[in-house]
Design a protein around this ligand. Structure first.
Ligand code: SF4
Ligand code: SF4
Length: 297
């Protein structure tokens, strides 16, 4: 997911996210390279996936650099990833590192931050925590560890299979409450990357950037608003990105959320967290209740 404030729709995309698998075929690769060459609206690209350190990915990053784009990659917190990353460090501007919030995650985060310090990476580094549950003491401790160079972003994701698991929703909402209250009292460099946070006045609220300023391409060339959205609106092998981009923008313009009183702060929630892409976010009622609870305390 690209973190961005996107209050308006752009006529052309500014960010491209690419999922690179090992099966990225030459045809798709060529189309991507051509697109980077010819397109002047893009500002940045971000890469992730099992083929992140493949030759094809490197070729894309080099081309992106040549045409003046900012580059970002998402990698898991493993020592092997750091070693592989060294080969492309000169062509990457930003590193987003994912930690799973399970096991002794605090130890792992500390260890990894030390490792990064030792390797003297000069990229902007964003730490992303993935899970549904986070405790207050941990947030306070980890916030203190972060100096100006590191940005801590607990990226708390609920994917579709979790919607019916009430316990996870409960933990997720509780985590949102903890982080919100910390923000209100004393802003910390931490936020939940979820558009619905706008409802409860989170400092780092984000509109969903998918189809507003960014789009996603997978290794088969499918063009989607975001990698988490199932719906593909075209394919780079056969369709013009400009045409598909217009379709993506129209999703926001047709959204049932346009009439909601929270639209100006929520923007319609997450496109991937909906039964129907034009409908409201499946978690919106939880956030509205949470807001009422916090404000009426
Ligand atoms: S209906 Fe829900 S998801 Fe849609 S704008 Fe309102 S609060 Fe956001
Ligand atoms: S669809 Fe959801 S996960 Fe994807 S960019 Fe939008 S808010 Fe983020």
């Amino acid at each position: 997911m690209v973190i961005a404030k996107a209050k308006t729709l752009f006529n052309q995309p500014k960010f491209l996210s690419l999922k690179i698998d090992y099966n990225l075929n030459q045809d798709v690769l060529n189309k991507i390279l051509n697109y980077l060459n010819e397109n002047r609206s893009l500002f940045a690209i971000s890469l992730f996936g099992e083929g992140l350190f493949s030759e094809a990915a490197k070729e894309i990053l080099i081309r992106a650099k040549e045409v003046g784009l900012a580059t970002s990659i998402d990698m898991t917190a493993e020592e092997t990833s750091i070693n592989k990353f060294k080969n492309i460090r000169n062509i990457v501007n930003q590193l987003r590192i994912w930690f799973e919030l399970n096991g002794d995650y605090e130890y792992k985060i500390n260890y990894f931050l030390e490792l990064l310090k030792k390797e003297r990476f000069n990229q902007k580094i964003i730490i992303i925590l993935r899970g549904e549950k986070i405790d207050k003491d941990f947030i306070v401790r980890i916030s203190k560890l972060i100096n100006e160079k590191y940005y801590l972003s607990p990226f708390i994701i609920l994917n579709a299979k979790h919607y019916n698991e009430k316990i996870i929703i409960k933990e997720f909402i509780n985590s949102c409450r903890i982080i919100t209250e910390l923000h209100i009292k004393n802003p910390v460099k931490i936020f939940i990357d979820n558009p619905l946070c706008g409802i409860i006045n989170m400092k780092a609220k984000n509109f969903c950037p998918a189809g507003r300023i960014s789009f996603h391409l997978d290794s088969n060339g499918n063009i989607k608003p975001c990698h988490l959205v199932k719906l593909s609106l075209g394919n780079i092998k056969t369709d013009k990105i400009d045409t598909v981009w217009k379709k993506m923008m129209s999703l926001h313009n047709q959204s049932k959320c346009l009439i909601c009183k929270y639209y100006r702060v929520c923007g319609g929630g997450c496109l991937a967290n909906k039964n129907d892409i034009l409908d409201k976010d499946l978690l919106c009622s939880y956030f509205i209740k949470l807001n009422d609870k916090i404000r009426n305390k």
